[in-house]
Structure formats: C-alpha cells, structure tokens
Design a protein around this ligand. Structure first.
Ligand code: GDP
Ligand code: IMO
Ligand code: MG
Length: 423
C-alpha cells in the first residue's frame, strides 16, 4: 500500500489536527514525521476540545496505531504531561502509541539554549516557542544529539551529563540574564524519562515499511507549515525541520515512490505567530476582526496570531514544493460577514509584477496585488453540504482552484469534527 501526507501550507495552525482526526477512520496508522512540542494540534468532537503536541492526532480513534517518527524531537517532560492529559479519556495509550528509537530528545538545556539564543537576538528574535526545537535539531545535524534509543543504553546518564555540561558552557557564552534551576529541571526530566520508558520504543522505519507490505494504510501528519520549512520557508524566521513533503520521507524512512496523495491544508485567510515577513498582514480593524472571529491565539504559547488576506503567491509555492494533490480549505466560517474579501494574486517586486515567491518577501521588497471578491453574510457553521454554501463562497473557492490548479476537496466551517464539508 501507499502513504498519504497531510501538510500545512502556510505558517502553521491551519487546522491539521482537526483534519487528521477526521481522516483517521480511513487509515490504519497515523505517523508524525517532524517537529516537536512547538506544535499544537487541536481536535474537537463530542463537546471535547483537546490540544496535542507530540502525539499524533489519530490517538482518539480506537483502532489506529500512532507512530512518533525518527524526524520528531521529543521533550519527555511535555510528553509526560500530554500522556497524563489523555488519562481522562479512558484509553490504553500503550497499545496504540509507539516511538521511534531514532527520534531525538529535547534536554532541559536545549530549552535554556533556545531562550538564551532568542534573548541574545533582541528585536531580531525568531519568536520561537521556546521549546528547545532549534538547539535540539542543531545537535542532531551536528551529530551530538541524544536519541530515544539511547535511553536503553547503560551509559545514558553519562551521555546526558556530557551534553548538558557542554550546553551550560554555551549558555554562559550567550551572556544573557537567564534565571533557572537546572537541578530541578533535570529531576523533572529524569522522572519523565521513567514515564517514557512505559511506552514501546520501535525501529519505526522497519515497522512502517513492514506495515505497508502487509497492505496497511498510513497517513503522515505534518507539523508547522511549508512557510516555516527550514529550507523553503521565510528563513531565518522558520522552524528547524523540513515541514514539506520530503520531510515525511526522511522523518519516517518511507521512500518517495510510496507517497500517493498529498493533502494540503490552508486557512481561507492567513495567520502567522512569531516574527518574520508576512506580505498580506492586516494592521487594521479587518485583521482584528479575523483574529477575534477566528479566535486566533496560539494553541502552544497563547500568543496572538497575526492575521491577513489569503496569499495565493505563497499558496502556489507551497503547492508546488509539496506536490499537493488535494486542498482542504479551513475556517471558511471566519470570513462570513465581510462585504468584500481580498485575495493576493501577485506581488509588486522591484517595480515589476511577479507571481512567484521571491528570495526576499520583507514588506520593503514586496507589495501584494489584490483581487477583490464579494463576501457572504450567511452563518456557515450549521451547513453540512456543499450545495448549501453561499454562491459568493463557491466563487471564492473556484477562484482559488483556478489560480492554484488543484481541487479544493474539503471546506471546514467550524472547529468540530462534524463541521467538515466534502465537495
Ligand atoms: P494545527 O496546528 O494546524 O492543528 O491548528 P491549531 O489547532 O493550532 O489551530 C487551528 C484552530 O482553529 C484550532 O483552534 C481549531 O479548533 C480551529 N479550527 C479548525 N478548523 C476550523 C474551522 O473550520 N473553523 C473555525 N472557526 N475554527 C477551526
Ligand atoms: P503547528 O504544528 C505556528 C513558529 C514559531 C516561530 C517559529 C520558530 O501547531 O502548526 P520554533 O519553536 O519552532 O523554533 O519556532 O515557528 N512555529 C509555529 N507557528 N504553528 C506551529 O505548529 C508552530 N511551530 C513553530 O511561532 O515563529
Ligand atoms: Mg497549531
């Protein structure tokens, strides 16, 4: 069998968690392939609202197996809290959640290094979630990291100490005011490691490829979004992993020719949390209205998300880099009530109009060119079929499909599992 991918196409928080949950009934296995607890994937069903961080969004389904792949970075402390948070749902997590031995561990000192690095940058800070993501991936590519499989080794604590000591001297190098009690952080870390050990560690590339041979279906769940990809995003204002389709192959050990569908998730408008360029950002009452109606506050840090119009230049770029085969448009309901909507179809760049994403998209380099589309007033949240949707929304959808040349298969009209309309 083949693997399908589900990816965010913007700057994260597109609604990946909701859609993975909706799609899980069609899959045997849900596998996270990159990122870590910088992610916050929200699921809503039966009146329950739950945010997942490292655990794949298929966990609430009875039969699906959930894999945390080698490309993911795990903070045992956050992970333990996540597991505790699932206790009230009366599920046997150990029978359906498996962790790759090759996934890297986020150490307490990685979190401190993240904070020190951000503090040293002043205004130029990335706006990281401060979860230690950057420093952990730096240790991975620098070949210094500690992996989940190392927990099973006798010298795990020695390896930990050597790396943590090195980190402490690096923190001192930053010369910033950072208050912390490392002993307390380490006690919490090692207690959480004991909890982590209650789960099964696997050679996940072997598990997944064997499952494919047995005819099982796999959905790979991305975190963050394409514009936060370390190679293709708005560098340096990105995360430290490959969030795009290729990242699913390296983050799970699945060959490219095994990938079939690539589901691209995007919001009907755009949001971004943290620093970095955002050409269609709105600083007026329209942007504030989107933030308010869309409840645009980060699910991890609670920070207000910046809001703006849909950017088709960026969306086309993401579709191209990922080879998206189907689009899922999220939060259509949030755009109800605006008289006119704008869609960015090109940028003015160095005096010329361009329709591709250039190297620099800082506000001083690009000015969005907009097409105006008539808005709709109807409340979409109770609608269940495509036919019921207002004509203006269908026009909006058709405009996007024509520009991007990929069909929009699903329109999401609310956070709940049931508020999902298939075209
Ligand atoms: P993820 O990181 O991509 O999984 O997205 P987040 O969970 O961080 O953010 C998406 C937010 O939008 C969550 O609060 C969801 O409950 C909510 N959401 C998802 N789809 C819709 C939708 O169609 N309409 C509305 N109003 N909210 C939605
Ligand atoms: P999900 O999976 C939105 C952003 C941070 C910051 C930048 C780098 O929920 O969509 P990092 O902590 O990764 O070093 O931060 O990336 N960021 C996200 N923004 N959704 C996310 O995840 C994000 N994960 C990281 O705000 O700008
Ligand atoms: Mg999120």
């Amino acid at each position: 069998m083949t693997v399908d991918l589900l990816l965010g196409l913007q700057w994260g928080d597109e609604g990946k968690g909701k859609i993975v949950d909706v799609l899980t009934s069609k899959y045997d296995i849900i596998a996270r392939f990159q990122g870590g607890p910088n992610a916050g994937h929200t699921l809503e069903f039966d009146g329950i609202k739950h945010v997942l961080r490292t655990i794949p969004s298929g966990i609430f389904h009875k039969n699906a197996k959930n894999i945390i792949g080698n490309g993911v970075v795990i903070d045992p402390v956050v992970f333990h809290k996540e597991i505790e948070g699932l206790a009230k749902f009366d599920m046997d997590v150990t029978s359906k959640l498996f962790i790759s031995r090759k996934a890297h561990l986020i150490l307490p000192t990685h979190r401190l290094l993240d904070a020190a690095s951000e503090a040293s940058k002043g205004k130029a800070k990335i706006g990281s979630t401060l979860k230690g993501i950057g420093p952990t991936y730096m240790d991975k590519t620098g070949r210094n990291g500690i992996r989940v499989g190392d927990i099973e080794l006798e010298d795990f604590k020695l390896r930990y100490r050597a790396l943590a000591d090195k980190h402490e001297s690096m923190i001192a190098f930053y010369d910033v005011d950072l208050q912390y009690n490392l002993q307390e952080m380490e006690d919490e870390f090692f207690a959480s490691i004991e909890e982590l050990k209650k789960l099964t560690f696997i050679d996940s590339e072997e598990y997944l490829n064997k499952s494919l041979k047995e005819g099982k279906t796999i959905l790979a769940e991305g975190a963050q979004g394409s514009l936060l990809d370390v190679d293709f995003g708005t560098y340096p204002f990105v995360t430290s992993s490959n969030t795009t389709a290729a990242g699913a192959c390296t983050g799970l050990g699945i060959a490219p020719n095994r990938v079939k569908e690539v589901y691209g998730i995007f919001k009907a408008y755009t949001t971004r949390v943290g620093s970095g360029p955002f050409p269609t950002e709105l600083f007026d009452e329209v942007g504030s209205a989107m933030a308010k109606i869309g409840n645009e506050f980060g699910s991890v840090t609670g920070r207000a998300r910046r809001c703006g119009w849909l950017d088709l230049v960026a969306l086309k770029y993401a579709v191209q880099v990922n080879g998206v085969t189907e689009l899922y448009m999220m939060k259509g309901d949030v755009l109800s009530g605006f008289d006119t909507l704008k869609i960015c179809t090109a940028y003015k760049y160095k005096g010329k109009e361009i329709s591709h994403l250039p190297y620099n998209i800082e506000p001083e380099n690009v000015e969005p060119v907009y097409t105006e589309i008539k808005g709709w007033q109807a409340d979409l949240t109770k609608m269940t079929t495509y036919d019921e949707l207002p004509k203006e929304l269908k026009d909006y959808i058709e405009f996007i499909e024509k520009e991007v040349e990929v069909p929009i298969k699903v329109v999401s009209v609310g956070p709940d599992r049931t508020q999902t309309i298939t075209k």
